[in-house]
Design a protein around this ligand. Sequence first.
Ligand SMILES: [Zn+2]
Length: 389
Amino acid sequence: MSWNQQIVKVNNKSLVLQTIKNQGPISRADIAQQLGLTKGTVSSLVNELIEAKLCYETGPGESSGGRRPVLLVFNKAAGYSIGIDLGVNYILGVLTDLDGNIINEKKLNVNVETYDQTLSYMKNIIYFLISNAPESHYGIIGIGIGVPGIVNKEGDILLAPNLGWKQIPLKSDLEEEFQLPIIIENEANAGAYGEKCFGAGKDFEDLIYISAGIGIGVGFILNNELYRGAQGFSGEMGHMIIEINGKECKCGSKGCWELYASEKALLEDAASLSTGDTDVNHLELEYLIENAEGNEKLSSLFEQTGYYLGVGINNIINTFNPEQIIIGNRLAMGKEWMEAPLKQVIEDYTLKQHQRELQITFAKLSIYSAALGVSSYATENFLKSDILN
Ligand SMILES: [Zn+2]
């Protein structure tokens, strides 16, 4: 077989696999018809996929006249993927099957630590998930990590202001430890992708995901694809200026959005309510949410955060004209108080043309959006890899 023929064959095999994964149970004849391939070609590719344990045959389906066809199903348990959402104040790890179902998870609340300390927490979580994975043909197929910072195409974290990190070789450190394919992605991009694949964004082509945690990041799905920018640095909208001459930001600028609309801003305001200082170390968002009911001062802080989120989202909507805005990450837990003031800002200020057919919603996957997004990246990578050769 020539090199060209080999490429065509691998491409076709990948298409057959995707079709089975997305539409199974499905017959060989239906795959052939959909992809415009001959039945013979599909049969031989399917045989190889069965041999590679990536799909299997299941009971006969509906007959369209003759013999009832055998149907093919994707083998979602052929291997397992790991997704890690590295937050500023938590690390969440999930183990998923190849269809993105969560099989196991582990979460750790942490305060900002050195890179070495954080790396060792992360390794512990990954080892836990690996050792608790079910037996499978391929084992762990890869690890995806979502990080709150700017990541280059080599998987180095160039800058993570809220972690205080610069120039961190996370990808190579993890490759060395685990000898597995590692993908590093910005967590807002990962969250956008997670919601697009499995959550609130499933039926939308142009959606924008607002990751509102200790900082704010934004992930864009435009025309059904993740938009990364020329060098992969898009979405740092937490640092768009919403208050001229506002508070000073770690990024070197002033009045950045995340100084007013993030979990950190909320915690700081809540701390000054109770003790007069802004020491946030003894406060947790979960605690504030539990106590906001009936506490007017506290619930109005959430409303204020919702208002400021709305201000930034207004700017984003006027720029991108999306179909859908999804508010995700930890602050989405405060939906009860934030939603009304947030939507009010949009209604009052956003250009009316943009508001038609616009949906503003909260993440369906709750805090799992980013972890599921990166685990899904790892799976996709695996399904396009050498296993198809
Ligand atoms: Zn800033």
